[in-house]
Design a protein around this ligand. Structure first.
Ligand code: 13P
Length: 288
C-alpha cells in the first residue's frame, strides 16, 4: 500500500534525518529505487514531475505502475508517490489519480496568489488524507522548462504558508536544480536557520539534492531539512554506466543488445547511488 508522506517526514524531522525523494522516469527507475530502499529498510518518496508523468503516459498509469511494481516486489517499507513541482491543475489531477502526496509550486506567482492557491490545495489534499508540500522562493536552475534564479526565501512568507497547515515546505536557500556550477556559493545556512525558526519547526525540503557536498547536506538536516529531492544524480549514474557498457562493445557480444541486459548496468548504478544517499540522509533502518 502507498502511504501519505506526512508520518515518515514528521518522524524524520523528530529523529534528525531526512527522507530521499527520488524522481522516477520509467519502470527501471521505479524498480531500482524501490529495490534499494527495501534493502536499506528506508522509507521513500517517489517524485513525479509533470513532464515525467506525461512521458509515462499519464498520472493514472504512473500510480498503477508504482502500485503493481510495489506489490510484485513485495515491498514492505513505507512508500509515497508524490507530485514534484506541480501546477495548480496538476496537483488537482494527481489528487484525483491516486497520488498519496503532492507538491504545489506556486513560487512563480505573486505571493498573494501563491497563498490563495496553496490554501485551497492544502484543504483539498487534507480532505483526502494526502500530504502536501508548497514552495516559497524559487529554486535555481531549470526543471521541466521552468527556470528560476534561485532567490532566498523570505522567512516571513515561509511562516505565513507554514501556518496554513502545509505538511512540509520547500524554501529557496541557494539550492539549484541540475549540476551545480563551479562558482556555486553553497547553501545559505543562516537563512535556513531563520526559516526553521520563523515556521516553528516545520519540516523543510531541500530541492536540487544532486551534487551538494555531503557535509552541507548533513548540516542542512540538523537545521530542519527532512526531505531531500534527487533527480539529476540518478540520471548521471545511469547514463555513465550505460555508456561504459556500450563503449566496451558489450551490446555486440551474444544477446547483449537485449534491453534487459543493456539497461542492467544503469539500473545497478541507480541502486548503488540510492543506497549511498540513504546512508548520507540517515534514513536507513527507519522503515518500521
Ligand atoms: P536535482 O535534479 O538537482 O537532483 O533536483 C531534483 C529536485 O529538486 C526535484 O524537485
Amino acid at each position: 500500500m502507498l502511504v501519505s508522506a506526512k508520518e515518515m517526514i514528521n518522524k524524520a524531522h523528530e529523529g534528525h534525518y531526512a527522507i530521499g525523494a527520488f524522481n522516477i522516469n520509467n519502470l527501471e527507475w521505479i524498480k531500482s529505487i524501490l529495490t534499494a530502499c527495501e534493502e536499506m529498510k528506508s522509507p521513500v518518496i517517489l517524485g513525479v514531475s509533470e513532464g515525467a508523468g506525461k512521458y509515462m503516459c499519464g498520472f493514472k498509469n504512473v500510480v498503477e505502475m508504482v502500485k503493481n511494481v510495489h506489490d510484485y516486489l513485495k515491498i514492505t517499507i513505507p512508500v509515497a508517490i508524490h507530485l514534484d513541482h506541480g501546477t495548480y491543475e496538476g496537483a488537482k489531477a494527481c489528487i484525483e489519480a491516486g497520488f498519496t502526496s503532492v507538491m504545489f509550486d506556486g513560487s512563480h506567482y505573486p505571493f498573494e496568489e501563491n497563498l490563495e492557491k496553496s490554501k485551497e490545495l492544502i484543504a483539498l489534499a487534507h480532505s483526502k488524507g494526502i500530504s502536501i508540500e508548497c514552495e516559497v522562493g524559487g529554486i535555481g536552475g531549470e526543471e521541466d522548462g521552468t527556470i528560476s534564479m534561485g532567490e532566498l526565501a523570505d522567512p516571513k512568507e515561509c511562516a505565513i504558508i507554514a501556518n496554513l497547515g502545509v505538511d512540509f515546505l520547500a524554501a529557496g536557500i541557494g539550492n539549484i536544480h541540475g549540476v551545480y556550477p563551479k562558482d556555486w556559493k553553497g547553501l545559505n545556512f543562516d537563512r535556513l536557520a531563520e526559516i526553521q525558526k520563523s515556521t516553528n519547526g516545520k519540516p523543510l525540503v531541500l530541492h536540487g539534492g544532486s551534487g551538494i557536498p555531503q557535509e552541507q547536506v548533513k548540516k542542512a538536516i540538523t537545521l530542519g531539512v527532512s526531505k531531500v529531492n534527487v533527480n539529476t544524480e540518478l540520471q548521471l549514474v545511469f547514463a555513465a554506466a550505460t555508456r561504459n557498457y556500450i563503449e566496451a562493445g558489450k551490446d555486440k557480444e551474444g544477446k547483449g543488445y537485449d534491453p534487459r541486459k543493456l539497461l542492467k548496468p544503469g539500473c545497478d548504478a541507480i541502486i548503488n547511488q540510492v543506497k549511498e544517499m540513504i546512508k548520507m540522509f540517515g534514513s536507513d533502518n527507519k522503515a518500521f
